[in-house]
Design a protein around this ligand. Structure first.
Ligand code: ZN
Length: 241
């Protein structure tokens, strides 16, 4: 293949890579911010589950305190039975004991029901905590990778610039100018491969005669008649190069 064409293909590869890196410089920080935001929502959800359990535990403690007070009152009231002086007073104390016993029964039922709620919340929370641990790990890994990518952008750009300059120095001025013009009107893509009479830039057919020229020509650069890009024959041996 024409040596100049090989340089142009190489330059296109470098320029395409640089465009990708530049796009990353613009988009990666936005992507990172989005990831942080999404994880913030996940974090606030688990915080809700945790505070739900805290609330229920708080309610349980309050009920236990309440029960303790009622039982204490009940004990004191029962003691008073020995000091009663009249039947009327005796009946009143009995009535009071009955009321307190009912009250303690109600609080005990409330305690049983809050303990059941706490158990259910704990089961759910354990499940959510496990999910969250996985999500947190994935997020942190993802975040670290993205931050690494962002961190290496400037050095990637510098090395692309250097490689590009080197190749540009080997390309004839008129060809380089042509390359830049085509690149500017074709969204950064000036050199494309062609295979089976199809341009890989615009995916239009290349007239057979021109395609044959592409296979045989060693000197002239051939452009796609549709998109005007410089085309070269797709060679399997160049894949992955
Ligand atoms: Zn084309």
């Amino acid at each position: 293949m024409n040596e100049q064409l090989l340089y142009l293909i190489e330059l296109q590869k470098i320029d395409t890579e640089t465009q990708k890196v530049l796009l990353g410089r613009k988009e990666l920080p936005v992507l990172l911010a989005k990831k942080e935001e999404t994880f913030g929502v996940i974090k606030s959800r688990i915080a809700e589950h945790r505070s739900n359990l805290d609330e229920k535990n708080g309610a349980h403690r309050e009920l236990e305190d309440k029960l303790k007070k009622v039982l204490e009152q009940l004990r004191k009231t029962r003691d008073r039975i020995h000091d009663v002086k009249s039947n009327k007073e005796y009946q009143a104390v009995l009535k009071e004991i009955e009321t307190l016993e009912k009250k303690s029964g109600v609080v005990e039922d409330q305690i049983i029901s809050i303990l059941e709620e706490i158990d259910a919340v704990k089961v759910l929370l354990a499940m959510k905590e496990q999910e969250f641990a996985g999500e947190q790990q994935r997020y942190e890994e993802d975040k670290r990778k993205t931050e690494e990518q962002i961190g290496s952008i400037e050095s990637q750009l510098r090395s692309g610039q250097k490689q590009g300059d080197e190749i540009r120095g080997k390309i004839r001025k008129d060809l380089l100018k042509k390359y830049e013009i085509i690149k500017n009107v074709n969204h950064g893509l000036a050199v494309v491969s062609a295979w089976k009479e199809t341009c890989n830039g615009c995916h239009m057919n290349i007239p057979p005669q021109l395609y044959n020229e592409l296979l045989e020509s060693m000197d002239d650069l051939i452009c796609c008649p549709n998109c005007r890009r410089i085309i070269y024959r797709h060679d399997q041996s160049m894949d992955g190069a």
